[in-house]
Design a protein around this ligand. Structure first.
Ligand code: OAD
Length: 250
């Protein structure tokens, strides 16, 4: 095992206030493409660029095209996916009292399904939906089952996922809790994110300690500030760390 992985394992062993900050790269090992890798969503061909489709103004002006993309490229892979070793390891570390919060940019629900409890979903979740007119809530299954191009509520309003689209603000309470958890952490693990989408990426700056860990396949901005860099797949790394420490993933 690489020396840096051993050092990170040691930090995990000794810490009881770890916070995790993650992004789409956490779920690629579960079969959900990320956004910006070569095979990510932003490098595939659509009638409109994905970052345009998942914007507030596009949803308002062209909900049919929004839902065509969203059901096909987001919901279907998310429903098929299962938590991988990284999701399971984080849930286990929380149960062991070591990890205090998962701050995620992901909308795929995999942390919930892995058993994590304190999950701060900066960009919301696809697994909750509501009518924009009357507020009635709908499950993801109801959205996928809907035969209409655009799922509609019994009141006639359009149903939308509880996700933060481009041009929309993040939930204030989730921001506050995320920044507070990061600020209070004695170790912060960042993984599976290009760390470029704002404001989410800036929240990691609340961490001022000396156990800043990155597990990511590609480089992130200002990487020199990071204390431990592991350039590998996050699920694989957590598997190695758990084996090394003798922890059980289940
Ligand atoms: P990106 O697609 O920008 O970045 C994913 C990162 O994960 C890249 O740096 C990959 O190299 C890395 N990666 C992929 N698989 C990995 C693995 N198995 N192990 C380790 N690293 C891996 O995704 P995000 O940073 O999450 O926003 O993107 C942020 C936001 O941009 C998303 O939340 C979404 C998107 O537009 C909204 O929808 C509002």
């Amino acid at each position: 095992m690489e020396k840096v992985v051993e050092q990170v394992a040691q930090i995990i062993k000794e810490s009881n206030n770890i916070v995790f900050f993650g992004g789409a790269g956490l779920s690629t090992e579960s079969g959900i493409p990320d956004f910006r890798s070569v095979d990510g969503l932003y490098n595939q061909k659509y009638k409109f660029p994905p970052e345009v489709i998942i914007s507030h103004s596009f949803f308002e002006s062209n909900p049919i095209e929004f839902y065509r993309f969203y059901k096909d490229k987001c919901l279907s892979p998310m429903l098929k996916a299962k938590p991988n070793a990284a999701h399971l390891a984080l849930a286990k570390l929380e149960k062991m009292g070591k990890l205090k919060a998962v701050v995620t940019q992901n909308i795929d629900d995999l942390h919930h399904r892995a058993g994590s409890k304190n999950i701060l979903e900066l960009h919301g979740t696809s697994f909750k939906n509501h009518c924009v007119k009357c507020g009635k809530t709908y499950s993801i299954e109801e959205i996928l089952k809907s035969k209409e191009d655009v799922p509609t509520c019994e009141c006639g309003g359009i149903i939308r996922p509880d996700i933060v689209l481009y041009e929309e603000a993040l939930n204030q309470e989730v921001i506050y809790k995320s920044c507070k958890a990061i600020e209070d952490a004695d170790a912060l693990i960042i993984a599976g994110t290009t760390l470029i989408v704002q404001p989410a990426a800036s929240f990691v700056n609340y961490y001022t300690g000396n156990k800043l860990i990155l597990i990511n396949l590609s480089e992130v901005p200002n990487e020199s500030r990071i204390d431990y860099v592991i350039r590998d797949k996050v699920g694989k790394v957590f598997t190695e760390i758990f084996e090394y420490l003798g922890y059980d993933l289940a």
